[in-house]
Design a protein around this ligand. Structure first.
Ligand code: 13P
Length: 252
C-alpha cells in the first residue's frame, strides 16, 4: 500500500504577521523549486490564516488551522467554526493536539464531535494521539493510543478526510524521540486499532504521521518506517530550511 507522505507544520502560538508571511513565502519558494513527491501542510495560528493563504497561492501547500469548534456559528465567544476556516481557504484542521487536551481539558468525546463537524464542512482532520512520559514508563503506550483512537476518531472517518498524528507527549519540544522500533510498533498498533474501528481497507489507506522533536537529522530514520506516513512538525517547521530538509529526508 503506497500512502503519499504528508509533511505538516504546526506553528503553534508563534509568529506575528511579518515573521509568518516571510516564513510562508520561504517555504513556498523552496517547495516549488524542489518538486518533492510528498504533500505539504502548514498550520499557522488563526490570526495569520488569511495572510498565509495569499503566500501559498500557486503552490501545492495546503493550509490548516490548529483547532476548531463543533458548531457552525452561534454564541461561543472566542471560538472559530469550521465554516470560518473553509471561508479563509483552509482545507485541514488539527484536532485534539495534546496541548489542547491538557491546556483546555479536551476529551475524546469533544474531539470526535469537532472532527465530525469539520468533516461535514469539507475539512480534512489531523487527529492527534499520544501518551505521557508516565504512561510510557508504566508500559501503557499502546493501550493509551488505541483508547484515544477508539474514543476520538469518528465513525465517518475515511482515508480521504482523516489523518492520524502519533505524538508522544514527552517527545514534544524536548529533543527526545522514541527509537525507530518503538515508533513502528506504536504506528502498527494504531493501524490495527483503526482496522478494528473502520475496517482494514480504510486503515491501510489512512496516513499516520509521527510528531515529537522531528528534525532534519532524525527524519530519515523516523519517517521511512513502513507505517509512518509523514510528520507533524512543531519547532522545526518555523525554519523553512529545516522544514523542507525534513521532507527531503522523509523520502530517502
Ligand atoms: P516539536 O516538533 O516542537 O517537538 O512539536 C511537535 C508537535 O507538537 C507538533 O504538533
Amino acid at each position: 500500500m503506497v500512502r503519499k507522505k504528508l509533511i505538516a507544520g504546526n506553528w503553534k502560538m508563534n509568529c506575528l504577521t511579518a515573521e509568518g508571511t516571510e516564513l510562508a513565502k520561504a517555504v513556498a519558494a523552496q517547495v516549488k523549486a524542489e518538486k518533492l513527491a510528498c504533500d505539504f501542510l502548514v498550520c499557522p495560528p488563526f490570526t495569520l490564516l488569511g495572510a498565509i493563504k495569499k503566500c501559498l497561492r500557486g503552490t501545492k501547500i495546503a493550509l490548516g488551522a490548529q483547532d476548531v469548534h463543533f458548531a457552525d456559528k452561534g454564541a461561543h465567544t472566542g471560538d472559530i467554526s469550521p465554516l470560518m476556516l473553509t471561508d479563509l481557504g483552509c482545507s485541514y484542521v488539527i484536532i485534539g493536539h495534546s496541548e489542547r487536551r491538557v491546556d483546555h481539558f479536551e476529551s475524546n468525546e469533544l474531539i470526535k464531535q469537532k472532527a465530525v463537524a469539520a468533516h461535514k464542512a469539507g475539512l480534512k482532520t489531523v487527529i492527534c494521539i499520544g501518551e505521557t512520559g508516565a504512561e510510557r514508563d508504566a508500559g501503557k503506550t499502546i493501550k493509551v493510543c488505541q483508547d484515544e483512537i477508539f474514543g476520538s476518531v469518528p465513525e465517518d472517518a475515511s482515508a480521504q478526510n482523516t489523518v492520524i498524528a502519533y505524538e508522544p507527549i514527552w517527545a514534544i519540544g524536548t529533543g527526545k524521540t522514541p527509537t525507530a522500533a518503538d515508533v513502528e510498533d506504536v504506528h502498527a498498533a494504531v493501524r490495527a486499532a483503526l482496522a478494528k474501528k473502520l475496517g482494514k481497507a480504510t486503515a491501510n489507506k489512512m496516513r499516520i504521521l509521527y510528531g515529537g522533536s522531528v528534525k532534519p537529522n532524525n527524519a530519515a530514520e523516523l519517517l521511512n518506517l513502513p507505517d509512518v506516513d509523514g510528520a507533524l512538525i512543531g519547532g522545526a517547521s518555523l525554519k523553512a530550511d529545516d522544514f523542507v530538509a525534513i521532507a527531503r529526508n522523509a523520502l530517502k
